[in-house]
Design a protein around this ligand. Structure first.
Ligand SMILES: NC(=O)c1ccc[n+]([C@@H]2O[C@H](COP(=O)([O-])OP(=O)(O)OC[C@H]3O[C@@H](n4cnc5c(N)ncnc54)[C@H](OP(=O)(O)O)[C@@H]3O)[C@@H](O)[C@H]2O)c1
Length: 310
């Protein structure tokens, strides 16, 4: 007998009101996939960018990119009952009671974290981890500038760069400096009152803001330095590309990749106490629209998470 599940679906692009609570059959895992019972789903800015059509997706779609839950069907690496966290993509999103997902996009949930904390990690932590381990591997002696340091990606990027031994500078408004100092940031700049481009000399910049932050961030880089823009689709990068080329500096646009092996390393960091995730607010699945409104405010400190009962 087919068993229905609840999920947050959209059949048109638009504001938070297009998010609908819907019922459908549980997904059937395909080759290389397992079925996961989702306990909590992370909320990421990409969710509302897809919702409003800024990033194009196929309709109808189930929203959500990451989750933590319990394996329901046997795979080759995971068995029923295993606690896992991972990444999925719309139309088969994570704002749902079940998700069928590739085993390669999963790792064992960090043992020290509950499902809410684990669900907050995959997309944001991979977006901090992959640039700092692949595009510009950071280590002792490096000075690292993280913009939007108090955000979902930023507060994890600060800790990952610190765990790798770097000196870390973050931009955030003053009210968030104590939070970031507690996570290990060495220096903080209140971007509302001072110009980071005038005061810093760094090896690498992680930029979740883009726009005029691009050319201004290039002004902070040492020769051989690297600017990594993680915003994704949207901003025009013509000016920053031109300026980077002129100055002989590296500029990359970064897009996150699902990776179970990276998630395993991130879990180890969390279990060692070197990566803490800060939860701004936890809402039930039914309040996905409210979670999107909060995320779109651009002011969230840490991560928003949806919980799924039942
Ligand atoms: N390319 C990819 O694969 C990928 C993956 C993940 C995320 N992203 C993108 O990366 C961006 C950040 O994601 P996120 O999850 O970290 O977002 P978020 O959690 O919503 O970021 C919110 C934070 O941004 C800070 N902020 C806003 N404007 C700022 C400014 N001008 N300077 C410094 N800080 C500022 C806010 O702190 P204050 O109150 O201090 O301003 C707030 O704490 C989004 O655009 C997202 O779509 C891309």
């Amino acid at each position: 007998m087919l068993v229905p599940m609840r999920k947050i679906q959209q059949v048109s692009f638009g504001g938070p009101a297009v998010l609908q609570l819907a019922e459908s059959e549980k997904p059937v895992p395909g080759e290389g996939q397992v079925l996961v019972r989702v306990r909590a789903a992370g909320v990421n800015p990409a969710d509302w960018k897809i919702r409003n059509g800024l990033v194009v997706g196929d309709l109808p779609l189930t929203v959500g990119l990451d989750f933590s839950g319990v394996v329901d069907s046997a795979g080759t690496r995971f068995k029923p009952g295993d606690e896992v966290y991972g990444v999925t993509f719309p139309p088969n999103g994570s704002y749902a009671e079940y998700v069928a997902v590739s085993e390669d996009a999963l790792a064992a949930k960090p043992e020290s974290l509950d499902h809410v904390e684990a669900a907050a990690l995959p997309i944001a932590a991979l977006t901090a981890w992959q640039p700092f381990t692949r595009l510009f591997p950071v280590g002792p002696g490096h000075r690292v500038l993280v913009h939007a340091a108090a955000g979902g990606v930023g507060h994890l990027a600060v800790q990952i760069a610190k765990a790798k031994g770097a000196y870390v500078i973050g931009t955030a408004r003053e009210a968030k400096h104590a939070f970031l100092r507690d996570l290990g940031a060495d220096e903080l700049i209140d971007y509302t009152t001072s110009d980071f481009s005038k005061s810093q000399v760094v090896d690498v910049v992680l930029d979740p803001i883009s726009g005029d932050y691009g050319p201004r961030s290039l002004d902070t880089l040492k020769p051989g330095g690297s600017l990594i823009d993680i915003v994704g689709h949207g901003p025009d990068r013509t000016e920053v590309r031109r300026k980077a080329e002129e100055l002989g500096l590296r500029f990359d646009e970064f897009y996150v990749s699902p990776s179970g092996s990276d998630l395993a390393e991130i879990a180890a960091l969390a279990d060692a106490g070197s990566l803490r995730v800060s939860i701004a607010e936890v809402l039930p699945l039914e309040q996905a629209a409210k979670a999107h409104e909060l995320s779109e405010s651009g002011r969230v400190q840490g991560k928003l998470v949806l919980t799924i009962q039942g």
